[in-house]
Each structure stands twice: as C-alpha cells, then as structure tokens.
Write a protein that binds this ligand. Structure first.
Ligand SMILES: C[S@@+](CC[C@H](N)C(=O)[O-])C[C@H]1O[C@@H](n2cnc3c(N)ncnc32)[C@H](O)[C@@H]1O
Length: 241
C-alpha cells in the first residue's frame, strides 16, 4: 500500500488534523467562486474532498457538488451531509471520473504531489480534463516550494486527544517529507507524508498536455497575486480550452 492509501484512512490522521480551518476554507471558496464567476447551479467536483469542508460550503452557496476522495473513512463521514445537490463517492483521482462533465473541478489544500510515478500525475490532469466541460475550470491549490523551504519547522510535538504526535519535517531531493511518530495504547506508530515539490513549469506542462491554459496563479486564500518568495500557497487556475 502507498502511504496516501493508508495514512489518510486512519483515525490518527483525522485526530492530528482535527483543527482544520473551516473559516479560511469558506473565505477562500467565496473568493474563488466570485473570481471564476461561476453561476449558481454550476456543477463542481471537489477532488480529494477529505471531510468535505469545501464541498459542504460550495453546496450552501447553491452549487451542485460531487465530493470525491480515496479515503473510505472520509467518504463515510461525508455521507451525513448529502442532499439532492451534494453527493460523495470513493474515487482515486488517477482514474477517469464517472460523472457527466462539470463546470469546475477543485483540488484543494495540497491534495496533489503524492505519486512516485510521473505517469500518475499526468493521469490526474487527463481525468480532470475529461471530467470538465470545455471552458471549465481546474483549480489546483498547491504548496509553494520557496515558502515551504523558508518556513520549515524541523521538529514539533502536537498534542491531540491524549496523544503526542512527534513530527519531523525535512526536504529530501524534490520531496517534502513529514514523519509522524506516536504511541497509543502501548503500541508505537510511524506514518509519513511525502509530497513532491513540482515546479511551476512542470505543472504548466502537465496542464497544457491535458488541454488546459493557465489563466492565473494566486498566492493565498484571499487570492492575492503569487510571489515566489513570500506566497504561502501556489493556487493555479486553469481553463480547459
Ligand atoms: C491534505 S488532504 C485535503 C483534504 C481536503 N481537500 C481539505 O482541504 O480538507 C488530502 C486528501 O487527499 C486524499 N487523497 C489522497 N490520495 C488520493 C487519491 N489518489 N485519489 C483521491 N483522493 C486522494 C486524501 O484521502 C485526503 O483526504
């Protein structure tokens, strides 16, 4: 099993990240949908939706939303939010999307860069492109390499629900690696997250090869312009030709 198939499906992943910022997510989604001028009733896929914080809010804004994620645990949790315009399904982003083409696909909060094989990255762009109407938007909210390097904290301990998560972070070659070690009920656990530092050029190439043009790069969740040295995020807005 690959790390992203197991770790995201454990209860420990959800414990560690139990303080995800819902307010920031809502501000971002509001700005993004305004910026893209997505009319109400547009169909949107939240690809790698996790526990659904963006999907649920998109649906509240009036959009028809399909949330997709590889983690069965997350999708089971998300089913509670479903209504006639909001559904969730287990799906691997490398596979073709089994739905009518939509107006926009969002991949948010560094839900890309997990695969060792470059062919898998290409498959994501291809299946997103095939899942969109022509003129549809793909938003890839990714990390900014410079910012990660400038702000990297090598060691931290995070306390959650009686567990001390010992976290070390390092850059190894072209990857950011986060090691997560902890003890629970007398057992030792060790998980890791490994995200590839894709360059802006590499991402542009994947996108163009899958039929997109890059319309904009934003640097944060209020959609300020991207600046390599200081932007916390690298949010790519692509349009399908
Ligand atoms: C960093 S989380 C972000 C979740 C969500 N977008 C958010 O902002 O709360 C990454 C998500 O990607 C999902 N994921 C990992 N590999 C995947 C794959 N191959 N296909 C679909 N989802 C995947 C994980 O299960 C996890 O929910």
């Amino acid at each position: 099993m690959e790390w992203f198939e197991s770790w995201f499906d454990t209860p420990y992943y959800h414990m560690l990240y139990s303080n995800r910022d819902y307010t920031e997510a809502e501000i971002f989604i509001t700005k993004l949908t305004q910026d893209l001028k997505l009319p109400e009733n547009s169909c949107i896929i939240d690809l790698a939706c996790g526990k659904g914080r963006h999907s649920v809010f998109l649906n509240k804004l009036g959009y028809q939303v399909l949330g997709l994620d590889l983690s069965q645990q997350s999708i089971e949790f998300d089913h509670q939010f479903e209504n006639e315009n909001l559904t969730f399904k287990v799906h691997d982003m490398r596979n073709p999307i089994d739905a009518e083409p939509v107006d926009a696909i969002f991949n948010l909060f560094t839900s890309f860069g997990y695969f060792d094989d470059e062919q898998d990255d290409k498959k994501v762009f291809d299946s997103v492109s095939n899942g969109l109407k022509s003129g549809g938007y793909f938003v890839l909210d990714y990390l900014n390499e410079e910012f990660v390097k400038n702000t990297l904290v090598p060691e931290t301990v995070v306390h959650r629900q009686g567990i001390d998560f010992n976290i070390t972070k390092k850059i190894e070659g072209r990857h950011v690696i986060k090691d997560i070690k902890f003890e629970h009920e007398g057992q030792s656990f060790h998980f890791f997250e490994k995200v590839k530092l894709h360059t802006l050029d590499a991402i542009k190439e994947y996108a163009e090869n899958s039929g997109f043009e890059r319309v904009k790069i934003c640097g944060d969740y209020v959609l300020n312009d991207f600046t390599k040295e200081t932007s916390p995020r690298c949010i790519n807005l692509f349009k399908k030709k």
